[in-house]
Design a protein around this ligand. Sequence first.
Ligand code: APR
Length: 314
Amino acid sequence: MGRNKVTVIGAGNVGATTAQRLAEAGLADVVLVDIVDGLPQGKGLDLAEAAPVVRHDGAVRGTNDYAETAGSDIVVVTSGLARQPGMSRDDLLAKNAGIVRSVVEQAAAHSPDAILIIVTNPLDAMCHVAMQASGFPRERVIGMAGVLDSARFRTFIAEELGVSVVDTSAFVLGGHGDTMVPLPRYSTVAGIPITDLLPADRIQALVERTANGGAEIVALLKSGSAYYAPAASTFEMVDAILRDRKRVLPCAAYLQGEYGVDGLFVGVPVVLGERGMERVLEITLRDDERAAFERSAGAVRELVAKLDELAAVS
Ligand code: APR
């Protein structure tokens, strides 16, 4: 059996950090791809030169050529633009849709059996683009959002209660955006629901901070957005798949009737294993939770409709 091969498209902050984590864990040989000449080659070489010191023997290589990505087990898509001053949300949507479509077409052509993990924002809409561009079945197109959102929620729960993050677990549903739906009754400290440990107003404050978690980092950094936690979250998904761990993680998955939603990527708990998104775990939602979930799914549906409109006029 040969080594696993993972391609990471986009050698920016999220992509390069993901490549570093994958290589250092010895999980796979990594091919880093970017459209900018020299950038993936430089970062790839720099990462390769860290290997003797870190003591891993995974290969890391940077390239602008998709031929070198051939036969990848997993392709992680982080390429895209950050929102620039003067750029509307629609401009960003159209630009990143174009980038994701183009990179996925090229990557899928060279790795027809790969599993795609999409990271580029707006996440749920970009998953749709990737599924269309690849023609892959839903098991092999998965969006990274829920792992990050629940990691943020866990960080805040642990900080609030003065307990280890390791003993926390958090449940987040819905789209990756300000309509996401953290579920406090399924968010626990060592199995104890946080609703038994914290008053409602404190929980609400943590939920709101979680929903604004990305914006909080952007406001601090001033240029650029979060990448350590996004890369760690992406790594966890790759690890679950390559090692067939059957991890239960919240991911953006293409729903076909689950949770009353059909034909839309929305964040739900799924089982990740060697076949990719192997199963959607369904829970019964309370009325208020269902309403919040439907609102969130509605926001994703609007974005996808906007994407179709933009595609029609371009
Ligand atoms: N093909 C390949 N790479 C591309 C392309 C393309 N067509 N277009 C842009 N890129 C590359 C850029 O050259 C850049 O190196 O994508 C990289 C993006 O890196 P950053 O700007 O550092 O952005 P990053 O912080 O990594 O975020 C990437 O992940 O979390 C999401 O919202 C975030 O959508 C954003 C994405």
